[in-house]
Design a protein around this ligand. Structure first.
Ligand SMILES: Nc1ncnc2c1ncn2[C@@H]1O[C@H](COP(=O)(O)OP(=O)(O)OP(=O)(O)O)[C@@H](O)[C@H]1O
Ligand SMILES: [Mg+2]
Length: 401
C-alpha cells in the first residue's frame, strides 16, 4: 500500500500526484526486460523508412524501443488493475497508473476493452507508430503486452492528464489554464503534428482532440493515441480513402462526407482544438441547447466578425489576454476551419504563427501588454481571409503578423 499511497480515490483526478511521480524516461531497465518490436536498427528507424523531418526536434529518445511485457508484470504494476489506480477510460479501454521496476518508474497502462470498438488493428498501429516516431511532443511508448486475448500498452505517465481535463467542467477551486499556457499547449501540439506531417511518408494523425493531448508537469503537451493514424498519400495521390473514423465534432467535413483523408483533415481538427482553447467549450456538447452543441457551428457568427471575437472567449480567462494576440489566434483558427481543405494552412505555417504568438505572450506576460480592451491589430478579419482565400496559398501566413 505504501508504494501506491500517492494514488487518490478519485480515478480522474490527475492532480493527485506526488512530486516523485514525475515521469522518468524509459531507459535501460525497461529495454533489458523484453524484446524490441523493432529488430532492425535498434533506434526504431531504418533508412528509407518512416522518419521524422530531422534530428533537431527529436526528443533524443531514439534508444527508446517498445518492449514486450509479461501480463503478470503489468498486473503487479497496477495492483491487479485496481479501481483506485484507474486514471481514465476511452474507446480503447481503461487506463491505469502503475509502477514498474519495484516502484521506480511510474507509467500509464492502457488495457484493451475486449468488447470495445477499437481493436487489435489499432493496437498494432499504435505500437508500430510509436516505435517509429519519436518527438518531444509525442507521448513515449514504453512497451506493450500481448497475452492471450489481452492487449495492453505501457506509456510514460503524463502527470497533468489530458487537455480536456483542464479545459472543461472545472470543479470549484480548480485553476483555469492561463492564456499563455493555452498558447504553449497549442504551439507544442502543432510541433507534434508537424513532425508527423513532415515524416517520410507523411503520417495523418486522424484523432486530434483535447483528450488526446496529454500534459507533463510544466504543461508541455504530447500527442497520444496513434491507433487511428494512417500513412498519408504518396506519389501523385492526393488522398487516402478510408473508413470514416475519428471523433464527432473534430472531423473535417470533407472527410466525414467522402472518407477521403488528407493532411488537411488534421488541420481542421487542430482548428477545433484551437477553438476549444479559446472558448473553453467542448467540440461537441450534448448538454448545450440545440444550435450550441457543435462548437464550430456555434462559433461561426463570431468568426465572421472580428468585433465579436472577444465575445467567444472563455469567461474563465477573466479578460487576462492580449487583444492583439487573441485576434491573431482566432484568425489562425478560422483559417484551419476553412470548409475547403486546400485553403487551410499547412502545419508548418501554423507552427510559425503559434510560436510567434507564444513568444509575444511570454515577452509581454499574460497580465501586461493589454487586456481584451487593447487596440486591435492590423490583422485582416476572417471575412477578409475568406474573401481572399481563393488566391491565398497560406505559405506565408506569418506575413500577416
Ligand atoms: N500516458 C498517460 N498518462 C496519464 N494519463 C493518461 C495517459 N494516457 C491516457 N491517460 C488518461 O486516460 C484518459 C483516457 O485516455 P484514452 O486515450 O483511453 O481515451 P480518450 O482519449 O478519452 O478517448 P479515445 O479512446 O477516443 O481516444 C485520458 O483522457 C487521460 O486522462
Ligand atoms: Mg485518447
Amino acid at each position: 500500500m505504501s508504494c501506491f499511497s500517492c494514488m487518490g480515490p478519485r480515478p480522474k483526478d490527475v492532480n493527485d500526484y506526488d512530486e516523485d511521480m514525475v515521469p522518468r524516461s524509459s531507459n535501460s531497465a525497461v529495454h533489458a526486460r523484453g524484446k524490441s518490436i523493432d529488430s532492425g536498427s535498434g533506434n526504431g528507424r531504418k533508412d528509407g523508412s518512416l522518419k521524422g523531418k530531422g534530428t533537431g526536434e527529436s526528443n533524443n529518445q531514439n534508444n527508446n524501443v517498445a518492449c514486450s511485457f509479461a501480463f503478470k508484470e503489468l498486473a503487479t504494476a497496477t495492483q491487479n488493475f485496481r479501481e483506485a489506480n484507474l486514471i481514465g477510460e476511452g474507446g480503447f479501454g481503461s487506463v491505469y497508473k502503475g509502477r514498474l521496476d519495484s516502484g521506480l518508474q511510474i507509467v500509464a497502462i492502457k488495457q484493451l476493452n475486449l468488447e470495445g470498438l477499437q481493436g487489435n488493428q489499432e493496437f498494432v498501429v499504435e505500437v508500430l507508430m510509436l516505435s517509429l516516431m519519436h518527438h518531444k511532443n509525442l507521448v513515449n511508448l514504453i512497451g506493450y503486452c500481448t497475452h492471450g486475448e489481452q492487449r495492453l500498452l505501457v506509456y510514460e505517465f503524463m502527470p497533468m492528464g489530458s487537455l480536456e481535463y483542464h479545459l472543461f467542467d472545472l470543479e470549484p477551486g480548480r485553476k483555469p489554464l492561463s492564456w499563455k499556457t493555452r498558447l504553449k499547449i497549442a504551439a507544442g501540439a502543432a510541433h507534434g503534428l508537424e513532425y508527423l506531417h513532415k515524416a517520410n511518408p507523411p503520417v495523418i494523425y486522424r484523432d486530434l482532440k483535447s483528450s488526446n493531448i496529454l500534459l507533463d508537469n510544466e504543461f508541455n503537451p504530447k500527442l497520444s493515441d496513434f491507433g487511428l493514424a494512417k500513412l498519408g498519400p504518396v506519389g501523385d495521390n492526393t488522398h487516402v480513402s478510408t473508413r470514416v473514423m475519428g471523433t464527432y465534432g473534430y472531423c473535417a467535413p470533407e472527410y466525414a462526407m467522402t472518407g477521403k483523408l488528407t493532411l488537411k483533415s488534421d488541420i481542421y481538427s487542430f482548428g477545433v482544438v484551437l477553438l476549444e482553447l479559446i472558448t473553453g467549450r467542448k467540440a461537441y456538447d450534448i448538454s448545450k441547447k440545440p444550435g450550441e452543441q457543435n462548437l464550430v457551428v456555434w462559433s461561426t457568427p463570431f468568426l465572421k466578425d472580428r468585433r465579436k471575437y472577444v465575445h467567444m472567449v472563455d469567461p474563465m480567462l477573466d479578460g487576462q489576454f492580449s487583444s492583439r494576440c487573441l485576434h491573431h489566434a482566432v484568425a489562425v483558427t478560422a483559417m484551419c476551419l476553412q470548409e475547403q481543405a486546400n485553403f487551410r494552412p499547412s502545419i508548418t505555417d501554423i507552427v510559425t504563427a503559434l510560436d510567434y504568438l507564444l513568444a509575444q505572450a511570454q515577452n509581454a506576460g499574460t497580465n501586461r501588454g493589454g487586456s481584451h480592451s487593447a487596440k486591435h491589430s492590423a490583422l485582416p478579419s476572417s471575412e477578409e481571409f475568406n474573401a481572399n482565400s481563393q488566391n491565398r496559398s497560406y505559405e506565408n501566413m506569418t506575413a500577416m503578423f
